[in-house]
Design a protein around this ligand. Structure first.
Ligand code: FEO
Length: 163
């Protein structure tokens, strides 16, 4: 396997686990704000991120590569509001999209067809991830200081189930 594609994929395991850690931290914040629906949505998201990490982990092992797990940074723990949380979620997903695209470009350069096919799932997934987080950010922004609206949205988000 091309060494650049390998390094980027090995690092991506850490990035996906970091995403899980960050969303769990945000989930805990929402619990303390008495927004259980937001908290639950973020917890489901955190679980999905762990699955993303494991997809890279398994792909490397399937290709006969070593997995070198790296240290995961501390995520943010303080947030001013749920709006700030979703500003960060959306910005984070945009960063992850750039990381995935970068791995894909490296796989193209390396003529690594198996990695290109593997990464297609993530490219599609990132379109969803950005769409969902930007939609929630938009709703939270429009609600402004409407507490009633926020509780309604909280109820709606609480319906999200894991896969
Ligand atoms: Fe694993 Fe939210 O992207």
């Amino acid at each position: 396997m091309d060494s650049k594609v390998y390094e980027l994929m090995n690092d991506q395991i850490k990035h996906e686990f970091y995403s899980a850690y960050m969303y769990l931290s945000m989930s805990a914040f929402c619990e303390t704000e008495n927004l259980p629906g937001f908290a639950s949505w973020l917890k489901v998201q955190a679980a999905e991120e762990q699955e993303h990490a494991l997809k890279f982990y398994e792909h490397l092992l399937d290709r006969g590569q070593k997995v070198n797990l790296k240290a995961i940074e501390q995520p943010p723990v303080k947030f001013a509001s749920v709006k700030e949380v979703f500003e960060q979620v959306y910005a984070h997903e945009q960063k992850v999209t750039a990381l995935i695209n970068n791995i894909y470009m490296a796989a193209l350069e390396a003529k690594d067809a198996a990695s290109q096919i593997f990464l297609q799932w993530f490219i599609t997934e990132q379109v969803e991830e950005e769409k969902n987080s930007s939609a929630i950010l938009d709703m939270v922004t429009k609600l402004g200081s409407s507490v009633g609206g926020l509780y309604q949205l909280d109820h709606q988000l609480g319906k999200r189930k894991g896969d």
